[in-house]
Write a protein that binds this ligand. Structure first.
Ligand SMILES: C[C@@H](O)[C@H](N)C(=O)N[C@H]1[C@@H](O)[C@H](n2cnc3c(N)ncnc32)O[C@@H]1CO
Length: 147
């Protein structure tokens, strides 16, 4: 899993078109979304993560919690993003991992939104620009190596 974490004044998206044959079914209200004062986390779930998705979920939650506490963010935007890796996990595995991360972050007390999976989306982001505002993390299940 590759993550790009951007501490932002806001992130807003608008669904434009389907990018997969079977994108995640969404409601009318999910076609647009916005959070202010948010840690935006762009995530590519990778092939290696398929060997132990549950472990990758927990490791991702630990990393996101760590960065959120450093930048003092209590809102998280989980954003599926297929452009951080050339070895992507299958969509059905990736969606489950992202849904589980969303669920676990809510359990940890964060306000969480997740952008819809399987679509082309327009988005606007206002990065805060402080020294910890732009971070990346790579997570692999135990026994896997970072390529
Ligand atoms: C396209 C661009 O504008 C948009 N932002 C986009 O990336 N859309 C992606 C993700 O929502 C999702 N997706 C598919 N596989 C994965 C994966 N392994 N990890 C994360 N997302 C995935 O499916 C879409 C097409 O790859």
């Amino acid at each position: 899993m590759r993550m790009l974490l951007i501490h932002s004044d806001y992130l807003e998206y608008e669904v434009k078109d389907r990018a997969l044959k079977n994108p995640e079914p969404i409601s009318e209200e999910q076609k647009k979304g916005r959070l202010d004062e948010v840690l935006a986390v762009f995530m590519s779930v990778e092939k290696a993560d398929e060997t132990n998705p549950d472990e990758v979920v927990e490791k991702a939650v630990i990393e996101i919690k760590d960065v959120a506490s450093q930048v003092k963010a209590d809102r998280i935007f989980v954003y599926p993003f297929a452009h951080l890796s050339s070895e992507l996990a299958k969509p059905d595995v990736a969606l489950k991992v992202l849904q589980r991360i969303e669920e676990r972050l809510r359990q940890e007390g964060f306000e969480v939104k997740r952008a819809p999976f399987g679509y082309y989306k327009a988005f606007r982001l206002s990065c805060k620009g402080h020294p910890l505002a732009e971070l990346s993390r790579t997570i692999v299940p135990s026994g896997e190596t970072v390529s």
